[in-house]
Write a protein that binds this ligand. Structure first.
Ligand code: SF4
Ligand code: SF4
Length: 160
């Protein structure tokens, strides 16, 4: 890794968020990667993320692998020392987003969620599938939106 891409603030941020405790627990056994569905198809490898984050050899302005996590939590369930890699990855995503590293499709989903409370668009296909399963049409729920607005106003997500 080039010296210029070393993220000096990352260690401090992870320290502040207590994830350094998670990182220190990790003994690099690789069990998390063994159960990761994303890793199976060439995506994120949580063991490697834990290694790079603990060494500070990760440039969050450019990091792409963290966005390949499916947030299934299997890695954390499998980890026998409680290092909780899924939690570390979430914190790394937050730190990356603050640095402007946000994949466009995540931003689109986020905007849609803020607007409708749903993370996917209502398309002809969703309509058709719901009808096949005898489910009612998806509508924006105003009561849910009121509650969502309160939650968003209290979180970073509401600033986008
Ligand atoms: S996070 Fe846990 S399962 Fe993954 S490599 Fe570290 S110790 Fe092993
Ligand atoms: S939470 Fe992410 S990193 Fe962990 S097993 Fe699931 S996809 Fe892999």
């Amino acid at each position: 890794m080039k010296k210029s891409s070393y993220d000096t603030a990352l260690e401090r941020e992870l320290h502040d968020s207590l994830s350094h405790i998670n990182l220190r627990k990790c003994h690099q056994c690789g069990h998390c990667t063994g159960v990761c569905p994303s890793a199976r198809y060439g995506g994120i490898r949580p063991r490697e993320i834990m290694e790079r984050a603990s060494k500070g050899t990760m440039d969050l302005r450019l990091e792409q692998d963290i966005w390949k996590c499916l947030m299934c939590n299997s890695c954390s369930e499998r980890c026998q020392v409680g290092a909780d890699p899924a939690h570390v990855i979430t914190l790394l995503r937050n730190a990356a987003a603050i640095r402007g590293n946000r994949p466009p499709h995540f931003e689109e989903e986020m905007k849609l969620f803020v607007k409708t409370g749903m993370s996917f668009p209502r398309t002809g296909l969703t309509k058709k599938l719901r009808s096949e399963f005898s489910l009612p049409e998806l509508e924006v729920d105003e009561k849910v939106m009121e509650e969502l607005k309160i939650l968003l106003s209290l979180s970073r997500l509401g600033r986008f």
